[in-house]
Structures are given as structure tokens and as C-alpha cells.
Design a protein around this ligand. Structure first.
Ligand code: SAM
Ligand code: SF4
Length: 328
């Protein structure tokens, strides 16, 4: 699958639910309206669409959401999709999670062939964590991380940089992670959906964070690449790696290799644009095209770049849907 800008699409992010047990202040409002359950794709439908992508060249699949581990019986889907790992069609299946339920699912993830997961955590201070997640319990997340490491899962920690909440904590979090053999990646807050907070007050450019870190640490550009948008730096003092994902301050769209399927079967070709293709309608026989034709047509419309902006207080989000809908 090659898009009009010559980029080969090899990576599918599959959002299995828009629901979540946390309410991170940069992601969604406290009183979030979730999609009606009857709008969700069944596991068979999610599998059918993911399999079509894998047959057409996707080699990496990420299960995400919302919080993927809150969807009931999610291992029915994960275990079924793992056949593509066994056949060699998929190089990798991964998961992004807030880790609140990870302790009881870590072994099942490993057994399904998952070897690496991303855990999102924005503070190691229980009070800050509870404030940023609007009520989350840090101890559950930490025991999830311990359980995942105990079964052998490799973890990358994702942290959204927030001007007033964690900007000054980044160095301590990184040391904590590196000490445990965990790489860490910082992400700039993006203007996606109303979160009940002004992202102008939250957003901090990662160049600023890096400059602050460089006052006390030696960061050197790392040759490490994951095929994703992060730029990595080796940290001399810890021996670990720190990634920077800068959708706001430096676009990385020229190397974009991914598309995203929502839990209702909408395919988004760009995180930061509204164009989508309703693949649920296709597999339910409501459109006069085959699934492969619909996928090809959608890839043929993949936009060149996103247009995110956070440059004034009180701005409306650049796209109205939340990251939890599109699949982070
Ligand atoms: N619930 C899971 C989690 O938090 O890891 C998976 C879904 S979450 C939407 C995926 C990632 O998106 C998380 O790392 C989260 O921090 C990030 N995210 C959510 N909203 C964001 C926003 N507006 N800007 C930047 N990152 C965001
Ligand atoms: Fe939930 Fe993840 Fe959004 Fe936080 S970032 S509210 S954990 S979906």
C-alpha cells in the first residue's frame, strides 16, 4: 500500500474501544460521552479488517484505544490476531496501555506473542498522577509495570509533557525508567477533542524540556530508529534512551507509515485530519465496494501532513475527535 506521496503503509493502529478508566486532562473531559456500545465493531469485524490490512502489507499492529484492557474479553481478539505473528505475516503486535489492569493481563499478553508494550504514565508522584488522570491510582500502574517486566515484556514509557504538571519531573522520571531498563519517550500535547482544559496552558515544546535536561545531563543523538516519529537521544549518565515526539514543534509527516482504525470501523489516514473511510459500512454490505477496494481508495487519499496548532489561549481543538477515539 503506497500513498500519493510515496509513503508505504505498513503499520495499523487498531482502537478496540473509546472507553477508559482514567480521564487524563489533556486527553478527554471528566464527563466524557462515550460511543454507544452497539456502534462498536465486534471482535470478528475488527479481526476481518485487521486481517485485510495484514494481507495487503501491514507488518506491525498496535492494539490501542481508549484503554484496550478495559474492553471485555479483549483477549478473544488478541489471541485470534496472534495467528498472524505465528504465520510470520506480522513482524510485531504491540499494545499501548495505561497499565491500570496490566498486572492481571501481563502473562496473557506474553502468551499471545506480544513482546513490547507502551505504558503511558505522566508522573511518578501519586498526587500529580491522580490530578493528571483525574483520580488514577499510581500504585496499580506501578504493579502493572512490575508484572509486565516479570513475565519478560519490554516496556517503553510514554509521557505527555505538561507545562505545570510534570515538566520539572521529567529528569527524575527518566532516571527511574532507565534504572529499570525502560526507555522513555516524551510527547507534545496535541489539540485533539475538548478535554475540559485549555491546551495552551498545558503545552510545552519539547525543545524547552531538552534544553533544561541538557543543563544537567549529556544527551547525544542516537542512531536508534523504531520506524516511528520519535527522535532518540542516548543519555550518558543513565545509559538509557530518551525519545522525543514533537508533532507540534517539528512535523514528522514525511516518514508517516501508519493508518488508524477506530473501534467503530472508521479508518483515519491521518491523526490530525478529518477525512475518513467507513469500513464498517463496507463489511456490513452497505457500500458497493469490496474491503480491498475501500482500503486502496482510502490509502490513495492519505493527506500529506497534519495542521495542528496551539498558539493562543482559548483555541478550539484542531480536530474535534479525541485521541482516545482515533487510537493513540
Ligand atoms: N489508554 C491508553 C494509554 O493511555 O496508553 C492508550 C490510548 S491513549 C489515547 C494513547 C496515547 O495517547 C497515550 O500515551 C496518551 O498519553 C496519548 N494522548 C492522549 N491524548 C493526547 C493528546 N491530546 N496529545 C498528545 N498525546 C495524547
Ligand atoms: Fe485514558 Fe489513555 Fe486517554 Fe489517559 S490518555 S484518558 S489513559 S485513553
Amino acid at each position: 500500500m503506497v500513498d500519493p506521496f510515496g509513503r508505504t503503509v505498513t503499520y495499523l493502529r487498531l482502537s478496540v474501544t473509546d472507553r477508559c478508566d482514567l480521564r487524563c486532562t489533556y486527553c478527554m473531559p471528566e464527563r466524557m460521552t462515550f460511543l454507544p456500545k452497539e456502534d462498536l465493531l465486534s471482535f470478528e469485524e475488527l479481526d476481518e479488517i485487521a486481517t485485510a490490512f495484514i494481507t495487503r502489507g501491514v507488518t506491525k499492529l498496535r492494539i490501542t484505544g481508549g484503554e484496550p484492557l478495559v474492553r471485555k474479553d479483549i483477549f478473544q481478539l488478541i489471541n485470534s490476531l496472534s495467528r498472524h505473528l505465528k504465520s510470520g505475516a506480522l513482524d510485531e503486535m504491540t499494545l499501548t496501555t495505561n497499565a491500570t489492569q496490566l498486572a492481571r493481563h501481563a502473562q496473557a499478553l506474553w502468551d499471545a506473542g506480544i513482546r513490547r508494550i507502551n505504558v503511558s504514565i505522566d508522573s511518578l508522584n501519586p498526587e500529580t498522577f491522580a490530578r493528571v488522570t483525574r483520580g488514577g491510582d499510581l500504585s496499580k500502574v506501578l504493579s502493572g509495570i512490575r508484572a509486565a517486566q516479570a513475565v519478560g515484556l519490554k516496556i517503553k514509557l510514554n509521557c505527555v509533557a505538561l507545562k505545570h504538571e510534570n515538566a520539572s519531573e521529567v529528569s527524575d522520571m527518566m532516571r527511574w525508567a532507565h534504572h529499570r531498563g525502560i526507555d522513555m519517550t516524551l510527547i507534545e500535547a496535541m489539540p485533539m477533542g475538548d478535554s475540559g482544559e485549555d491546551r495552551f496552558d498545558q503545552y510545552v515544546a519539547l525543545a524547552q524540556i531538552r534544553a533544561d535536561l541538557e543543563k544537567q545531563l549529556s544527551l547525544s543523538p542516537s542512531p536508534h530508529k523504531t520506524g516511528g516519529p520519535a527522535h532518540y537521544y542516548d543519555v550518558a549518565q543513565t545509559g538509557g534512551r530518551l525519545g522525543f515526539i514533537t508533532p507540534m514543534s517539528h512535523k514528522f509527516c514525511a516518514s508517516c507509515n501508519r493508518v488508524r482504525l477506530t473501534c467503530t470501523g472508521k479508518l483515519f489516514m491521518c491523526l490530525g485530519q478529518d477525512d475518513e473511510s467507513d469500513l464498517r459500512a463496507v463489511i456490513r454490505g452497505e457500500r458497493d465496494v469490496t474491503l480491498n477496494e475501500a482500503i486502496d481508495a482510502a490509502i490513495g487519499r492519505k493527506p500529506e501532513a497534519h495542521d495542528f496548532k496551539i498558539d493562543a489561549p482559548g483555541q478550539a481543538p484542531s480536530v474535534s475527535r479525541h485521541m482516545s477515539v482515533t487510537g493513540g
